[in-house]
Design a protein around this ligand. Structure first.
Ligand code: GLC
Length: 734
């Protein structure tokens, strides 16, 4: 095999089997791709390592080494790699593959085989270890035994374990082997397949249908791999503090009056609320960027009034634009040539407004134009943007593969990043309005979390989906999407009071805490609940409002160092095999654990504690191991590590805003954590207007607050330390 150094840290390999490019991205990451690979939609400027790489041509093939990472590429383009002497990757290329015989016939009846479409090429990685990542997926936390397709899909039927794709694409996964874990990212936006130890129990098979094999391989712990992957593709950004509060939505509240009755309902039943969403009916005839004046007569004034009451309103924006002459967005887009094209003509399909066209978001000019419209909404007083139907969804069959979605890119390659670019446009809108972004998106790709948070689409009001939400969100989080949630109570179908209440409790760690339901379903606003259901839901929201500072801390850390907020137990206890496929418990940060009820009638459950934990509500102590815990509707199954520390809001807090009391909930054994403080909104923190503290508490030394960075006038006046069921201490800080 011939090796040509391209002098920028990239090496060209010419073998009888084809050409490949190779470079190290860091000591723990390398890229393996082809000369035909185009530019990436999510990896922005990542200079290859250009100094210190040693290249040797040995019998086994070409050996690239850099700081302990050794990668051997053979003539047949297979790769083996080791880090500090331990092997972490064994890869063989796979050529073109035809669809399995008969699979098309089976697909007609809705049965999909592994290869229902033919693949251009792929790889086989020999590995058999717990697999995490792949973003928004049905099925268990450990993905082995399933195969997934990356093709953003709006399928309204009930999501079940065997679903191959949902709304988002995330061609990234990790095989967990401690220090020697392997991360794989296939930066290819075509339809790609990840067969995770399913057809081949000893291997992960990855195929792509178009485009090029642009692979990144990571080595390290799963924590390090997530941080490296998000450094490459983009990290979830700190949302405004209010966006962590309780959010209410429904398709659709009829008008301003009904929205106010929702706000009143919350108030009357003393349940905190920060945000209400406006679903599609707030628009005139489902036209983006319009507000129906009959339903919202003086929207600017109305939004101003609600803002004074700390209520934020977030409207939906759909990808499909109504094709109607005289509608400014349509007219301008047509005049400027800003819509997707097919065979030289503007492409039409149907979405909510009927006949619709689709902005060609891959074109930067289109994004800038869209951004000015987003700014218009923000200037009007809306607090955020909810992007929907951006797979893009279409009612008259899927968009043909050759629809051009901007910059000449065909749908076959643009589909999975269409929403990604819509969110980029939205983020530009927030920048123009000089606001801290709060954008929600249904569809997305690797790196979309840099621009928007996500909810996991149209789930159903069924216990299966309550249970599914935990591994689904944990794997989104393990794919670097830190700010995520699901529709609490379920979107489709009618929730029951018990399911709704259990869902509210099980979701208190979900960074996005939104109750949402579909048109035609029973109303599921919590204030409609009675008795213990109402009390249980309120308790859940109150618990949520106590842990807001920890959530905010974790989301800051996520943006700054690539850690994640919502965590599977394996993230914190990687060596403990019992955590490797734990689907019913979740953690927030290093210290907090939630083990909610997930079945009807369930008032007790077994819970595995990977260390000693204390129940926050009464201090009951559980040593490492299995225990039966109470999970009644009125119980809060929230635990803190004995050697854990987390910042809480004062008891009874009802505000989704930073507090002047620094309250530490402490497990009682020497512990430390980071804490972040800023304005709670705005862009000041990007200019350094924030404080970062290291907090340490121990019996011997008490509380130690060490500022690691100071750029903000602290608002803290009082320090409180609480050990569940024990010590309570207060101290003046002013
Ligand atoms: C889609 C969204 C859902 C929304 C509905 C109407 O189904 O996923 O959240 O309520 O459209 O806009």
């Amino acid at each position: 095999m011939e090796v040509v150094s391209l002098n920028n840290g990239v090496y060209l390999l010419i073998s009888p089997k084809g050409k490949r490019l190779f470079c190290f991205v860091s000591d723990t990451c390398f890229r393996y791709f082809t000369p035909d690979t185009g530019h990436s939609y999510c990896v922005t400027s990542f200079p290859p390592v250009s100094e210190g790489v040693v290249v040797e041509e040995g019998e086994a093939g070409v050996i690239f080494s850099y700081e302990g990472n050794e990668v051997v590429i053979q003539d047949d383009l297979s790769v083996s790699a080791s880090y500090l002497g331990t092997s972490y990757l064994k890869l063989e290329p796979r050529g073109h593959q035809e669809a399995e015989q008969g699979s098309e016939l089976a697909a007609k009846e809705g049965h999909g085989g592994h290869l229902s479409t033919s693949a251009k090429g792929g790889i086989r990685i020999e590995v058999n270890a717990p697999v995490y990542g792949l973003g928004e997926r049905t099925g268990p936390l450990d993905k082995r035994g399933y195969d997934y397709v990356n093709w953003n899909t709006d399928d309204p039927s009930a999501h079940v374990d065997t679903f191959k794709s949902l709304y988002q694409s995330m061609p990234f996964c990790m095989a967990h082997r401690g220090e020697n874990s392997l991360g794989v990212f296939l930066d290819n936006t075509s339809k790609t397949h990840f067969d995770v130890n399913k057809t081949d129990p000893d291997a992960i098979l990855i195929d792509y249908e178009a485009g090029e094999p642009d692979f990144y391989f990571f080595v390290g712990t799963i924590q390090k791999i997530i941080a490296d992957f998000t450094l490459l593709t983009g990290r979830s950004q700190l949302p405004p503090y209010w966006a962590l509060g309780a959010q209410q939505s429904r398709w659709s509240y009829a008008d301003a009056r009904e929205v106010e009755s929702v706000i009143d309902g919350y108030r009357e039943k003393d349940i905190p609320l920060s945000t209400v969403y406006l679903d599609i009916d707030y628009m005139s005839a489902y036209k983006d960027f319009t507000v129906d004046p009959n339903k919202y007569p003086d929207v600017k004034q109305w939004l101003e009034r609600l803002a004074k009451e700390s209520i934020h309103i977030v409207p939906i924006i759909d990808a499909g634009v109504k094709a109607e002459e005289g509608y400014d967005i349509y007219d301008e887009g047509i005049e400027k040539g800003y819509f997707c094209m097919l065979n030289g003509e503007v492409y039409h399909n149907e979405v909510w407004p009927g006949d619709s066209v689709f902005p060609a978001f891959l074109d930067p000019k289109v994004r800038m134009w869209w951004a000015t419209k987003i700014k218009r909404m923000l200037d009007l007083g809306f607090s955020g943007i909810w992007n929907d139907m951006n797979e893009p969804a279409s009612f008259k069959g899927p968009l043909p593969m050759d629809v051009i979605m901007g910059e000449g890119v065909p749908h076959s390659l643009a589909h999975n990043v269409y929403a990604h670019h819509m969110c980029m446009a939205g983020a530009q809108g927030f920048a123009l309005a000089a606001k801290r972004p709060f954008q929600l998106t249904r569809a997305g790709y690797a790196g979309t979390c840099l621009y928007a948070s996500s909810w996991a689409g149209d789930n159903q009001s069924i216990y299966d989906h309550l249970r599914m939400s935990l591994p689904e969100l944990m794997n989104m989080s393990m794919s670097g999407q830190s700010y995520v949630g699901v529709d609490i109570g379920g979107f489709g179908g009618d929730s029951t009071p018990e399911l709704l209440t259990k869902w509210a409790i099980a979701s208190i760690f979900n960074p996005l805490y939104r109750n949402h339901s579909a048109l035609g379903t029973l109303n599921q606003e919590p204030y409609l609940l009675k008795g213990d259901y109402l009390r249980g839901y309120r308790n859940a929201v109150m618990a949520r409002y106590e842990i807001l500072p920890t959530l905010y801390d974790e989301l800051f850390l996520s943006e700054s160092n690539g850690s994640i907020a919502l965590r599977p137990l394996v993230y914190n206890f990687p060596e403990d095999e019992r955590t490797h496929n734990e689907n019913t418990e979740v953690m927030l940060g290093d210290s907090l654990l939630l083990a909610p009820a997930l079945f009807p009638g369930q008032s007790k459950r077994s819970c595995y504690f990977p260390a000693t934990f204390l129940r926050v509500e009464d201090g009951t102590r559980y040593e490492k191991g299995d225990h039966v815990i109470g999970v009644d509707l009125l119980d809060m199954p929230l635990f803190i590590r004995e050697d854990g520390l987390a910042v809480f809001a004062p008891k009874g807090n009802r505000k989704a805003a930073p507090s002047s009391t620094l309250r530490l909930v402490w497990g009682g054994k020497k512990a430390r954590c980071y804490h972040y403080e800023d304005e709670g909104d705005g862009l000041g923190y990007k200019k350094g207007e924030y404080n970062l503290y290291e907090l340490e508490v121990s019996e011997e030394e008490g509380v130690r607050i060490t500022p690691l960075y100071e750029g903000f006038k602290s608002r803290y006046k009082k320090l409180v330390v609480d050990v569940p069921g024990g010590l309570h201490m207060e101290e003046d800080l002013s």
